[in-house]
Design a protein around this ligand. Structure first.
Ligand code: TYD
Length: 138
């Protein structure tokens, strides 16, 4: 299973400024059910620290920068989000942690689901247990 995919959106900017469009099912691999954004987190904060049983996400720093640590319990990678045109797609059942937010960071997150707290796995040991079954079933 792929842990993540880097996405580059088209630049529709001109002399008036930049314009970036994100179309559900076209520039990202799912239809968008939810958007939220995270800002005002400083460089000492770690957010996320969860995996989702059903949700897929696209993360893009529309301003500022942050980092995302992505792991499936075996592999571990860090993606730096530092361009409004570049995003990372994270499939379901991938553990993620967002950190190292710049003071001006605005991290936009798009999801394929409406919020349901019960599909979040917030305990890493539990995640590892569920991953064993998930990998068996895939
Ligand atoms: P949380 O999942 O801890 O945020 P992060 O993943 O960025 O660390 O969410 C913080 C609070 O907001 C928590 O009480 C759940 C709530 N929440 C919603 O109600 N809807 C949402 O779509 C999200 C992402 C969070």
């Amino acid at each position: 299973m792929e842990m993540y995919k880097l996405l580059t959106f088209k630049d529709l900017g001109d002399e008036r400024g930049k314009l970036v469009v994100i179309e559900g099912g076209q520039s990202i691999p799912f239809d968008i059910a939810r958007a939220f954004y995270i800002y005002g987190s400083d460089s000492t904060v770690v957010r996320g620290q969860h995996a989702n049983r059903n949700s897929e996400f696209v993360l893009v720093n529309v301003a500022g920068t942050s980092k995302v640590m992505i792991t499936d319990g075996t592999r571990k990678e860090v993606v730096e989000l530092n361009k409004p045109m570049e995003a990372v797609y994270i499939p379901k059942m991938i553990w993620k942690e967002m950190y190292d937010f710049s003071p001006d960071s605005v991290l936009l997150v798009l999801a394929n689901t409406h919020y349901d707290g019960s599909e979040y796995i917030r305990d890493f040991d539990e995640y590892i247990r569920e991953m064993k079954n998930f990998n068996k079933d895939e």
